[in-house]
Ligand binder design. Structure first.
Ligand SMILES: N[C@@H](CCC(=O)N[C@@H](CS)C(=O)NCC(=O)O)C(=O)O
Length: 275
């Protein structure tokens, strides 16, 4: 592994005036889209200024044109908010080490798997619906809620299509997807690889680890998480908890500890309760 890209947390003014790579990121918890992007740019040795995203920050949203995070801004190019275009930018800025496998077939397979993880209705999306379901359920004195603060949960529920009747399908999607990913890693292990692709580390390893980190979050010395948010990430339906394959947890540990620890454990603590 070469030198990791250096990052510096800056305010909006400084980021807006700068050139090079600027990343608007969720930092207080292991949001899959933000952690994956951050790990990828760092591994490629690309330096970045980081602006911390706070939901509802109108000034940041006016700058990026996106309602959420991550967003990657490079020089005067249009902001990139989608995971696929962020991966493509990273690949273009630093082709080596390549994190997109070579060849049409492997490339299409990796982007297809990333879509399962990160696309609308995919694993990360489904996980978010489950967190919102827990965050917004009626009070039950016997069972304290393990969710996001109510105002944040309501904002995310409206933005990401939460409705109680979508929960069974979300749970099902998670259970199926987790089993599928576990199978892929087991096949890799049988072929002597610790990565999803036998050719080596890819963007999929980063994003899979980051999705697993919102199902079973790593300890703070590996991925610091704001205390107010950790219970929401740790709370998992029994059915989904039972579906997380041990091989996926081992992969999460390997990727965070080897490639992302320095990047995410060093995040300065957030001043507010926002992620
Ligand atoms: N733009 C991303 C998705 C990013 C995303 O879903 N971000 C969420 C992560 S929880 C976010 O920023 N949530 C806070 C908010 O919407 O205010 C993509 O589809 O590639």
């Amino acid at each position: 592994m070469g030198q990791l890209g250096k990052t510096r947390f800056v305010d909006l003014e400084e980021a807006r005036a700068a050139r090079g790579l600027r990343l608007v990121l969720i930092t207080g918890l292991s949001s899959p889209w933000s952690d994956g992007a951050r790990g990828i740019f760092a591994l490629k040795g690309i330096d970045a200024l980081i602006v911390r995203f706070r939901p509802g920050d109108a000034e940041v949203m006016a700058w990026t044109g996106a309602p959420n995070a991550p967003v990657a801004l490079y020089d005067d190019e249009p902001p990139r908010a989608g995971w696929a275009e962020i991966v493509a930018l990273a690949e273009r800025l630093a082709p080596a080490p390549a994190l997109v496998p070579a060849g049409v077939e492997a490339r299409a397979r990796m982007f297809g798997l990333l879509h399962e993880l990160l696309g609308e209705g995919g694993l990360a999306w489904s996980r978010r619906l489950l967190i919102l379901h827990e965050s917004l359920r009626p009070d039950d004195p016997a069972r304290p809620r393990c969710g996001f603060p109510a105002d944040l949960a309501r904002l995310l529920a409206a933005r990401y299509g939460y409705a109680p009747d979508r929960i069974p399908a979300a749970r099902q999607r998670l259970v199926e997807g987790l089993s599928f990913l576990g199978g892929l890693l087991a096949d890799s292990a049988a072929a002597g690889s610790r990565h999803f692709f036998a050719s080596g580390l890819t963007a999929l390893d980063f994003y899979a680890a980051a999705v697993t980190a919102v199902l079973v979050p790593p300890p703070d010395d590996v991925r610091r998480i704001v205390p107010a948010f950790r219970p929401a990430l740790e709370h998992l339906d029994a059915e989904v908890a039972a579906a997380v394959p041990p091989v996926l947890l081992a992969h999460r540990d390997f990727i965070y500890q080897t490639y992302m620890r320095e990047v995410t454990a060093s995040t300065p603590p957030v001043a507010t309760k926002a992620p």
